[in-house]
Design a protein around this ligand. Sequence first.
Ligand SMILES: *[C@@H]1O[C@H](CO)[C@@H](O)[C@H](O)[C@H]1NC(C)=O
Length: 146
Amino acid sequence: MARTLSVFLAFFIASAAVAAPVENRYSQLGSLQCNIDRFKIVTGLVETGSAVKKIDTTNPDTATAVAAAQAGLSSVGDAIKNIALALVTGKAAPGDARTAVSQGLNDTRSALEGINDPTVTDSVAAAQTLLQNAIDDGNAVIADCK
Ligand SMILES: *[C@@H]1O[C@H](CO)[C@@H](O)[C@H](O)[C@H]1NC(C)=O
C-alpha cells in the first residue's frame, strides 16, 4: 500500500507541475492550499499505513482487526487514485470516490478502535493519531478544493 501511494504521489506531483502553465484548462487542479491538503492526506495515509504495519499481530483478534484496517486504507488509496486520475485528465472527480475515501477512513478507524489487546496499546494509539490527522487533512481537502 505504501509503495502504491508513493508512486501515485510522485505521479500526482509531476502532473500538477506539468499542468501549472495551463492552469485555466486545469482549474480543477485547485489552489495552492488545496494541493497542499492533497499532498498532506496522501503522505498522512502512507504514514498511517506504516504505523498499522508496526502493530504486533500475534493475537489473532488483533491480526483480524489490522487486516481490516489495512483493507480500509487500501480502498482509500484506490479512491484517491481515481480522483487524481480524473483531475489530471480534466474530468469531473467521481462523487462516489469521495464517499469511498470517507468510508475507507471510517472502516480503518473502526477496525483500530476494535483492538482490545493491552500489549499493543501504544502502537495502536500511534496509528490512530496518524489516521486522525489524515482524516483532518481529508476534511481540509473538501473545504479548500472547490
Ligand atoms: C464517516 O464518519 C463520519 C463521522 O462519523 C461521518 O460524518 C461520515 O458520513 C462517515 N462516512 C461514511 C461514508 O459513512
